[in-house]
Design a protein around this ligand. Structure first.
Ligand code: FAD
Ligand code: FO1
Length: 486
């Protein structure tokens, strides 16, 4: 801590950094004062959005409960307010006599607008605002092309190369103690509308599907530790198999900042050191690091190209003649397309709030290319269910799958049958999520070919479309659309 430390009352506004450790903004707040009080604003704009997932809000509330306990252990507290942050934050800051409000910046368009308005309200009231970056290893703008006009990248591979050349930052230390509100300040905070962290039910949330990772900082640290000690070394191969727990399960923790990215990156370095002479294990570590860089890439491009949030990056996709058949869409949502790998994945999503990455790509390709449905329908449905639903990663994944994004490959079409055979060869994953065909021979699960009568007797369905036909049709529509724009 610096020499100029004061005992001013400083608020730290948490949003998607629900932790005390490796938190750059919180660390900066503690550099200024020992009296740092946490605040979280339950924001109706986010909580009542039509693409909010019960699993995600439930996970977030769990993180908040743990965070509140951590603040108490530190000697301070987490205040919770409810309402538009543009009004509630300044009201609270005035009521408790805060000299400054600190927070970590975000790349999402809503966050940027919200933060500008909150900052203006606070400054109008002579309360200082300190907003820096935390959720990325390298801040937007740090990674640019080496051309004279030094632009942000739009393609992953050169972004990754440049990213990897940058010096890596270490985690910042955690605060060790803090000064709490006085009873008078606490009373003022209560008068300004602070509330207890609500139960899920009080927010109208009902989620009984469990989580891939328990909410909170402690669980995220434990999961990271476990992953980098073992599964990371097989990640390059195991990550392709949805029946194997071969990935970290850290996505919800990374989305809500239950763990800091510098801490995660440092752990990968330790893992890499431990397997220097083992080519396969090193491959595992490098492949996982690449996924973390994909996360940074999508956040960075969203920051520089906010229009991505609303529509396709490539012009020819702006008026693409999607067919948008509602019955087909419903069959996709319900996991009743007759393509077992697609249906298993969609059931996994609905039941657990999480889906394996390989399956996210398969179902996204199927929705867009086989069913000719606008990728934004799928993007929204994913957000309505995913515990890790994140605008940048989800939009990036959907645009990649739809071929409408920055990815240079012109058209990508997955064959759902081949994908199923290749990545779930003995149909373990399919059997887990599609109990109605559990007893079928593997060959028949992958080969399809159930007669309508058989399908009915199993309580399953025959394919709603023929992949070979649809692929051909889609290529034709694509060709015409391309010509229109050439
Ligand atoms: P791991 O394999 O252990 O990866 C580690 C971390 O890297 C992840 O937790 C995540 O933070 C990041 N990551 C991994 N893959 C990607 C990727 N392709 N793009 C960006 N970040 C990545 N990820 C989300 O976090 N939220 C989403 O809403 C989301 N939607 C997706 C939609 C589609 C159509 C596709 C194809 C992918 C999507 N992904 C999304 C990326 C990926 O599927 C998940 O991050 C991953 O499955 C989460 O599991 P994990 O934590 O075990 O990942
Ligand atoms: N952040 C908040 O500060 N308040 C909320 O009420 C809130 C709800 C929420 C629900 C779903 C979700 O995916 C994220 C949520 N977040 C919330 C975090 C949100 O990602 C950040 O606030 C972003 O900065 C918004 O753009």
């Amino acid at each position: 801590m610096s020499d100029t430390i004061t005992s001013d009352l400083v608020l730290f506004w948490h949003r998607r950094d629900l932790r005390l450790s490796d938190n750059q903004g919180l660390h900066a707040a503690f550099e200024r004062s020992e009296k740092v009080i946490g605040v979280f604003c339950l924001d109706p704009h986010l909580l009542n959005a039509d693409d909010v997932a019960p699993a995600r809000v439930s996970y977030m509330l769990g993180c908040l409960r743990e965070l509140a306990t951590s603040y108490r252990t530190l000697g301070s507290r987490l205040l919770v307010v409810q309402g538009d942050p543009i009004a509630t934050l300044p009201t609270l800051a005035i009521a408790v006599g805060a000299s400054a409000v600190y927070w970590n910046r975000d790349v999402e368009p809503y966050a940027r607008q919200r933060d500008r308005e909150v900052a203006a309200e606070l400054r109008d009231r002579q309360i200082s605002v300190e907003a820096g970056w935390d959720q990325l290893m390298h801040i937007p703008g740090a990674i640019r092309t080496s051309t004279i006009d030094s632009k942000p990248y739009t393609v992953f591979t050169p972004f990754r190369k440049n990213w990897s050349r940058q010096p890596q930052t270490d985690p910042v230390p955690s605060p060790t103690r803090a000064i709490d509100l006085t009873p008078a300040e606490l009373q003022s905070a209560q008068q300004a509308g602070t509330i207890e962290i609500p139960s899920d039910g009080a927010l109208g949330i009902e989620w009984n599907g469990g989580f891939p990772i328990a909410p909170g900082e402690a669980a995220a640290k434990a999961k990271l530790k476990q992953f980098v000690a073992d599964a990371i070394f097989r990640y390059h191969t195991d990550r392709e198999l949805p029946s194997v727990v071969g990935t970290s399960g850290l996505s919800a923790a990374l989305k809500f900042g239950a763990i800091g990215i510098r801490e995660v990156w440092q752990a990968t370095h330790q893992a890499a050191k431990g397997c220097r002479n083992d080519v396969a294990a090193s491959d595992g570590v490098r492949t996982w690091q690449d996924e973390l860089i994909w996360r940074e890439f999508y956040q960075t491009v969203l920051y520089f190209f906010p229009a991505l949030a609303d529509g396709p990056y490539r012009e020819m996709w702006q008026d693409f003649p999607w067919e948008n058949d509602r019955r087909k869409f419903q069959a996709w949502c319900d996991g009743r397309t007759g393509y077992p790998i697609v249906d298993a994945a969609m059931r996994q999503l609905k039941e657990t709030g999480w889906m394996h990455n390989r399956c996210r790509m398969i179902v996204a390709s199927f929705l867009t290319k086989d069913l000719c449905i606008d990728w934004r329908w799928g993007e929204r449905y994913f957000m309505q269910h995913l515990v890790d639903g994140d605008l940048a990663a989800n939009n990036g994944g959907w645009q990649w799958s739809a071929s409408s994004g920055m990815d240079p490959k012109p058209l990508r079409i997955f064959n759902p049958t081949t994908q199923g055979k290749k990545f779930d060869p003995d149909a373990t994953y399919i059997r887990k999520w599609l109990p109605e065909i559990r007893t079928l021979e593997t060959k028949r699960i992958h080969g399809g070919g159930l007669t309508p009568l058989e399908a009915q007797s199993y309580g399953y369905v025959t394919p709603i479309v023929d992949h070979t036909v649809q692929q051909k049709r889609f290529k034709e529509i694509y060709k015409q659309q391309k010509e229109k724009y050439s």
